[in-house]
Design a protein around this ligand. Structure first.
Ligand code: HPA
Length: 271
């Protein structure tokens, strides 16, 4: 694994011109338009990157994009690898290992999620304050490489309190309705049954989705700072009969896109 990470990082360093970014952004469902606000862009398709899996899902194109956002150099990951696609946890989280090897110390993650919190509306943007890992496997299972992080990493502050406070300030100034909540990470690909949404709410979840948690675990293993946002694309619970679909999720995420783009751009700019 160490050799693979090194090989991939070396390849990327050889391709990307300019200073290596300290910030990486994983673009979730329907949030790809952040790329439109980047300048000095340089695309590296996943298909060209050694050891990178290739993204398969509709609405996710696979590129690493180096460029400038809000005056800062970033790496954007356009399209992520989901566990439900059949990738194993090491593949899902491999890009985060490579980011760390490239010198990235701050990771931004975004996703689409179903809301269980009764205060939430479709289109709300939720800062992830914590998560509950319900994936069947932890990405750190197996041999630990001390070079990458400790055997038993603390998860006391999975999402940086400092970055959350920064987001709240930006939201106040920009007039963004910014919710806070706990993200429940599930393997998917099924959306939840009404009883499952209810169960996730009762155990402390505010939103549920099929990504993010593995990447955040690996980022924290490597001692990166993490900031995460969910776009609430549908609502679930025992009294909610709406049927969520991939199309509806994409559409709702697209509508919230300008807000998320504004928030992330301001956050990156202020680092
Ligand atoms: N459940 C799981 N994942 C999701 C949902 C949901 O309701 N909405 C968007 N991603």
């Amino acid at each position: 694994m160490l050799d693979k990470i090194k090989e991939t990082a070396e390849f990327i360093k050889g391709k990307a011109s300019g200073e290596m970014p300290r910030t990486a952004v994983i673009l979730g469902t329907g949030l790809g338009s952040l790329v439109d606000f980047m300048t000095e862009k340089q695309y590296i398709p996943y298909s060209e990157i050694p050891n990178f899996p290739v993204s398969t899902v509709e609405g996710h194109s696979g590129n690493l994009i180096f460029g400038v956002l809000g005056g800062k150099r970033i790496i954007a990951m356009q399209g992520r690898f989901h566990y439900y696609e059949g990738y194993d946890m090491k593949q899902v989280t491999f890009p985060v290992r490579v980011f760390k090897a490239l010198g990235v110390d701050t990771l931004f993650v975004s996703n689409a999620a179903g809301g269980m919190n009764k205060e939430f509306k479709v289109g709300d943007v939720m800062v992830i304050t914590d998560h509950i890992n319900l994936f069947p496997e932890n990405p750190l299972r197996g041999k630990n490489y001390n070079e990458l992080g400790p055997r038993f990493p603390a998860m006391t502050e999975p999402y940086s309190h400092e970055l959350i406070a920064k987001a709240d300030k930006i939201a106040e100034v920009q007039g963004i309705r910014l919710m806070h909540g706990v993200y429940v990470g599930t393997p998917g690909p099924t959306f939840e049954t009404p009883a499952e949404y209810e169960y996730f709410r009762i155990i402390g979840g505010d939103a549920v989705g099929m990504s993010t948690v593995p990447e955040v675990i690996v980022a924290r293993h490597g001692d990166m700072r993490v900031f995460g946002v969910s776009v609430i694309t549908d609502l679930g619970g025992k009294d909610i009969t709406d049927v969520p679909s991939h199309e509806e999720v994409q559409l709702a995420a697209q509508k919230a896109q300008p807000t998320v783009v504004k928030l992330i751009t301001e956050m990156v700019s202020s680092l």
